[in-house]
Design a binder for this molecule. Structure first.
Ligand SMILES: [Ca+2]
Ligand SMILES: [Ca+2]
Ligand SMILES: [Ca+2]
Length: 286
């Protein structure tokens, strides 16, 4: 699939203006002459309830969280995790805001923080087994996000309703070879449900219940090799699709779970980063 961005040249120009803090070696393609003005990013008002983007730099084990879905700085920078960890984010304590965490494949353990600040894990949950991929969501709609894993070899989700070790509360077979797990409140009813993204076909297959069955929603979006990233980008209560291109660090986000051009495009982070999304606390931690 070709670019989702009719204004791609504008986006690139804004990128090279050098306001991405983590850009290392990009040089402006042209300089602004006196009297010229740089085009401004197409800033979209960010709803207080909106989920916004972030990235994790694996080489530095550091989170960069952003308060808008546009080009800019990572307002919160938090080192957390070890080499080999997979970054995650969720509202673990139900206070209305998302905080960071990692899943460590080497010991099948989630390490979760209740603040977006440096420190040790507040919650440790051993769950899953070797080869599992983490997936988190508010499966029971009680306001707190809890852990889960997707087991690719079985095409099966194993979900917990508490952030404690134990057997899965919910087991759902879903997906096919090559799929990556996603989770969100696709229908806005207050509970998060499962989905998968296939990087080869760039297809999201989403379920509105955590039960076996066919996809309720299918959305083709993104480019081959993209990472899926989902969130309630417009704060209207429904989670919608998005992708992060690992080679260009470009987020492309949709406000509906339907095929079409990206509603939001923003370069954030650098190639090689892993995407995140959450409703971050927009103030300094005490
Ligand atoms: Ca919950
Ligand atoms: Ca739902
Ligand atoms: Ca939404």
């Amino acid at each position: 699939m070709t670019s989702h961005f009719p204004n791609i040249s504008l986006a690139i120009l804004v990128v090279v203006s050098g306001i991405i803090p983590s850009c290392t070696s990009r040089k402006p393609e042209r300089e602004t002459l006196p009297g010229q003005t740089q085009p401004q990013p197409q800033a979209q008002p960010t709803s207080p309830k909106a989920v916004t983007i972030g990235v994790y730099k694996p080489a530095a084990s550091t989170f960069f969280l952003h308060f808008t879905n546009s080009i800019g700085f990572g307002e919160v920078v938090v080192p957390f995790g070890n080499a080999g960890d997979t970054p995650i984010a969720g509202d673990w304590d139900g206070d209305g805001f998302a905080t960071i965490g990692v899943y460590r494949p080497s010991d099948s353990t989630f390490y979760l923080r209740n603040k977006n600040s440096a420190g040790g894990a507040d919650i440790t949950v051993t769950f899953g087994k070797k080869g599992d991929l983490p997936v988190v969501g508010d499966w029971d709609g009680n306001g707190s996000v809890t852990v889960g894993v997707y087991r690719p070899e079985e095409f099966t989700f194993y979900l917990r309703n508490s952030n404690s070790s134990g057997d899965a509360d919910i087991t759902v077979p879903f997906g096919q070879k090559g799929d990556l797990p996603v989770a969100g409140d696709w229908d806005g009813n207050g509970t998060a449900t499962i989905g998968v993204f296939n990087p080869d076909t760039t297809t999201f297959s989403l379920r509105n219940s955590n039960t076996p069955g066919k996809a309720d929603i299918t959305v083709v979006f993104g480019r081959k090799g993209d990472f899926p990233i989902v969130g309630d980008w417009d704060g209207n209560g429904t989670t919608t699709v998005g992708v992060f291109s690992p080679d260009s660090a470009l987020f492309a986000l949709r406000n509906t779970n339907a095929a079409g051009n990206a509603d939001i495009g923003a370069t954030f982070g650098v190639p090689g980063d892993r995407p995140l999304a959450g409703r971050w606390v927009q103030q300094a931690s005490p």
